[in-house]
Design a protein around this ligand. Sequence first.
Ligand code: NAD
Length: 425
Amino acid sequence: MTAVQDAPVSREPTALISARTQLDDAAELLRLDDGLRATLAHPRRALAVSVPLRRDDGRVEVYRGFRVQHNLARGPAKGGLRFHPSVNLAEITALSMWMTWKCALISVPFGGAKGGIAVDPRSLSRHELERLTRRYTSEILPLIGPEQDIPAPDVGTDEQTMAWVMDTYSVNAGYSVPGVVTGKPISLGGSIGRAGATARGVSIAALAALRDSGRDPAHCTAAVQGFGNVGALTAQYLTDAGVKVLAVSDIGGGTHNSAGLDITTVRRHLTDGAPTVVGYPCGEPIGQTDLLGLDVDLLVPAALGGVLTTDIARTVRAAIVVEGANGPTTPGGDAVLADRGILVVPDILANAGGVAVSYLEWVQNVQAHSWAEDRIDTRLRDLIERSYAEATNTARDRGISLRRAANVIAVGRVATAIRQRGLYP
Ligand code: NAD
């Protein structure tokens, strides 16, 4: 194999710089040849689409959408759909690469993909969102399918979005194809336990890290950035395990209570119609940076990427960072945290619970079968705990961080699959 020319990485946005830096490090540790490195550094396919939307008032607007398949060596591509104004091709490419490693790390037979639209979903009515989702789906139809590429929810999308994707795909196929997406409603073949699976995995990984560092959850504290699907339920599961969650935040700001927040009532505050956690009556407002610097045992960034920069990492006082979000730590931030002896449970391990249960959902769809909750929960726990133990052992044996160990395992598995399949033609 020969290497392809690459654009200077410094001109690319943070997420892709992080993803490529991590890949370079793993490739170096694995002594991969240049051809293999170049293959892994670039996506297999990337589709950019224009998505026209007729607004409710009759105006037509056009949004940019993407679907990127990073690697298919180990199976069909798997990865979420993100609806957020910051979505761009470089970010989606980075996220698709992390999906490849995540699936390999937890040993589910998928490659990595990601997709999204540069849109603020809160600026659209429900009907507009449905039309946008359906048109985007029709534009990426040639790429997706239960044996090709299987989308799932991510930032700004949910089970309703997945229902629209599934319906659009199925109408075009002429029959129902539940296995084309995961994270769909249970009434359409979704799996019990999928909605909370990512957060369940984050809390399992966090509790494993507390256990390994000799801490008793009942005497531990946490701060959680992001109070969406991942952050809110992680805060809930940590609370259920006895951890005191002192602060949580969302895009509007944060709320803090040094005696511990009652997460059930913070969640109720939002379902009762509050736009943000900030006005929660039993907490004091706290800024994002102050939350990230709280003196807690566990810090869980569960919003967007790139928040733990070099400067912010210097202010972190948590003993353990558990990455609920994808790519929350920049390479500079990662180096600072490592220097300061702060344990980082990396995203591809910590938040792999979502894709773990997505895999179980897909298996149930392919078998036209549904499993009980305890079976799902046991498999999820096994997948995360086994991957955590493998990464911890590799970190110890090689004398490297947990992130580098997780990347070495994952990149190594994908490289082996590529070598064994060989190069066509
Ligand atoms: P979500 O849209 O449900 O929630 C995102 C949360 O982050 C919201 O509370 C939002 O207000 C908050 N937020 C946004 N910008 C913020 C900012 N600048 N500061 C503080 N908070 C901010 O999204 P989600 O599904 O919970 O995903 C969160 C992260 O977890 C993303 O990085 C996503 O890629 C990752 N992830 C999600 C899943 C999943 O199954 N949903 C799986 C793996 C990883």
